[in-house]
Design a protein. Structure first.
Length: 226
């Protein structure tokens, strides 16, 4: 199976840490975030497609055409038009089924294995502050109904961890605009929920890295992801 890793952002919220380094190449325990992520991928994933942008040459120079026994391929997102736009950039090389994950979040190996079992699925994680994320609404059978971005006073604490199992059916739907010239992958996925069952899988562990303190926390907990 293939996995697409979205790693084109400029990481502005990390401040001076990303002045000369792309966020996925910031180090945890002496190794880039992206290396930890690739090392945690199951054996069933044999090709990694990385969408690069800001200082993407550093990612290409480090991982080259093969890493940890997996083929590596790169696509440059020159226009930062959102996660949906990034995925459309690589659609010509995708097999019928594939995974998608963010380039700066840490995912547990077991969760990647769980989500691979479904044709269409999204990973969810329970947090204390759902207002900072996209809250997932699922029906009683555990299938996606809606995603509410930054909900206020939400009783639902399951949020989108941005790890997806998808098929090429995704590309039959027009991308959903989220403003500022960007198109959202999760928002487009919600459109699919009218005719397709999209499983909401609960994560064992997830750690998004958006701020410098998140990187510091990752140093303490990275061992839990393997």
């Amino acid at each position: 199976m293939q996995i697409v890793i979205l790693a084109a952002g400029n990481g502005k919220r990390m401040g001076p840490l990303t002045k000369k380094v792309p966020k996925p190449m910031l180090k945890i325990k002496g190794r880039p975030i992206l290396e930890h992520k690739i090392n945690a991928l199951p054996k069933g994933i044999d090709e990694v497609i990385i969408v690069i942008g800001y200082r993407g040459n550093q990612i290409m120079d480090y991982f080259k055409k093969s890493f940890a026994g997996k083929k590596i391929r790169y696509f440059s997102q020159t226009e930062l038009n959102g996660t949906g736009g990034a995925l459309h950039l690589v659609k010509s090389v995708l097999n019928d089924r594939f995974l998608v994950m963010m380039g700066d979040d840490l995912y547990h190996k077991k969760d990647v294995q769980k989500i691979m079992k479904h044709e269409l699925a999204v990973l969810a994680y329970a947090v204390d502050n759902p207002g900072n994320f996209g809250a997932l609404k699922a029906n009683r059978r555990g299938y996606l109904v809606d995603i509410v971005e930054r909900p206020k006073n939400s009783k639902n604490n399951l949020v989108n961890a941005a790890l997806y199992s998808l098929s090429k059916k995704f590309f039959k739907y027009d991308l959903v605009s989220i403003g500022n010239g960007e198109f959202g992958l999760p928002q487009t996925l919600v459109k699919m929920a009218d005719k397709h069952r999209i499983k909401v899988e609960k994560a064992t562990l997830w750690h998004p890295i958006g701020l410098p303190e998140d990187l510091e926390k990752a140093e303490e907990i990275i061992h839990k992801f393997f």
